[in-house]
Design a protein around this ligand. Sequence first.
Ligand code: ATP
Ligand code: MG
Length: 158
Amino acid sequence: MPSAPPFMAELILRRPTMHLRWLGLSVDDPDAGRRVRTFAALTLAGWGLGGLLDSVQLCASELLGNCVKHARLYGRWQVGVALRAWPAWLVLEVSDDDPRPPVLPTPDVEDDPEALLATRRRGLGIVRELADDVWWQPRESGGKTVLARFATGKRWSR
Ligand SMILES: Nc1ncnc2c1ncn2[C@@H]1O[C@H](COP(=O)(O)OP(=O)(O)OP(=O)(O)O)[C@@H](O)[C@H]1O
Ligand SMILES: [Mg+2]
């Protein structure tokens, strides 16, 4: 018997000063990683921000991987991935239902280039290296959102 299709929902908002595109999916969807990378590629191409694609795809993969690896026992097993763009900034947001915060790399780890060669706890170090800033915030509905901010270096191209 065919199984139910994985949960997936999409939201698009366009405002004069901010664009938002959101993708919701199940972390038990075996295609979740590919869907998120495709979502990033289509969104950034549409916004004229293709130059950020490699970094955003890698960071999105790491943050999604963290939801699967660390937050799987919580809530509805759903993850939200949002891309939000202002003229000067692109923000990647990955939300899950686990209220526990991520353990962000400390400054001494950041200053040690070999930290990126570690075989564990290297994901958020990579995100911190590629993004201009990374932080997290609790969600009103429970769980949390991890955010990574990238300078676009330009104004809207459209
Ligand atoms: N979404 C999350 N929910 C709960 N805890 C998290 C989440 N993301 C990260 N963490 C915590 O932050 C730590 C650091 O995350 P990081 O991605 O750097 O390393 P890792 O996931 O343990 O290993 P790696 O990314 O190298 O496979 C994790 O070990 C985990 O304790
Ligand atoms: Mg990780």
